[in-house]
Write a protein that binds this ligand. Structure first.
Ligand code: FMN
Length: 277
């Protein structure tokens, strides 16, 4: 029997939309009614980003401050499944996705409804997902599946290439040398397999065992080294976001916080520690 599915998301570059289109293709093929709602922010963030705008969103991401969304309509009052596309910003749910989850109409349809979340991250999505789990629980939604796609290149490489992508707006190979940033095309097209898995469970409206099967398919994978870095960094972000939020000259404080990541200080420190002087 045909089921009603809501797919709701925000995306800047369109990566998350590509992911969701691949993921939902088997669900559409199976004859379900799939309503896709791409949500926009009233005063959208620049894409490509500039440095000031990029770092300025950090406190609101970390402190879950929502922003105004452009009005959007949901066709139904009740869905058989909601697919939520989200992205992590500063180890937190992005401001747009946090705002979507805060929207009264979304909250209403989330109640008592199975939800599958899917992200397209650089590689640090765990803390954001833990917070989304809590928001969904508070809305009395039933999280039945969690899928995480991320850049599989080395953490250092993906850190460099994502800046090229975010600040140039092109998901291309920087200098023709670095790999393409973000989620690989192969991983994006593989999401169709995860969609097929969801379809199997959706037919009987019984999602017991779905997440275990998604884990077997490697639809979600926790990398220990990244988990370790992320747990330390998210604590530091939380402390700083609280400090910066109380300051009048927020930009100056943000510059002070992010300077070590942007300047040559880390490089110099590495040279010092690996040298003999
Ligand atoms: C302001 C900002 C902060 C980000 N922080 C993170 C992060 O903490 N962890 C991560 O894995 N990706 C991070 N990303 C990458 C996004 O999660 C996402 O992969 C990328 O923005 C593409 O998503 P899109 O579909 O909205 O274009 C960040 C991106 C932006 C713009």
């Amino acid at each position: 029997m045909s089921k009603k599915i809501l797919v709701i998301y925000y995306t800047q570059s369109g990566q998350l939309e590509d992911i969701l289109n691949n993921f939902t293709a088997p669900l559409i093929e199976a004859g379900n009614t799939v309503e896709k709602v791409r949500v926009y922010v009233a005063n959208d963030y620049p894409f490509p980003w500039n440095g000031k705008a990029f770092f300025a969103v950090m406190p609101d991401c970390v402190l879950s401050v929502p922003t105004e969304l452009k009005p959007f309509q949901l066709k139904e009052n009740k869905y058989d499944l909601i697919i939520l596309g989200y992205q992590a910003w500063f180890l937190s749910p992005s401001i747009p996705v946090n705002s979507i989850l805060n929207d009264p109409a979304v909250k209403a349809v989330l109640k008592n409804t199975p939800v599958v979340t899917i992200t397209g991250a650089r590689n640090m999505w765990i803390s954001a997902m833990q917070r989304i789990k809590k928001i969904l629980k508070d809305s009395e939604a039933k999280l039945v599946g969690s899928i995480s796609l991320f850049d599989k290149h080395h953490n250092f490489i993906s850190f460099i290439t994502i800046f090229y992508w975010m600040f140039k707006g092109k998901k291309g190979r920087w200098l023709g040398i670095f790999p393409k940033p973000g989620v690989s095309d192969a991983d994006i097209s593989k999401t169709g397999d995860y969609g097929k898995t969801v379809q199997k469970y959706l037919i009987g409206a019984n999602f017991d065992g779905l997440q275990e099967e998604l884990i077997q398919q490697k639809a979600i994978e926790v990398k220990y080294n990244l988990m370790f870095i992320e747990s330390k960094a998210s604590k530091i972000f939380a402390i700083w976001a609280n400090i910066i939020a109380k300051k009048k000259k927020k930009t100056a404080w943000l510059v002070a916080f992010f300077k070590p990541f942007l300047s040559g200080r880390i490089k110099k420190q590495k040279q010092l520690y690996s040298g003999v002087n």
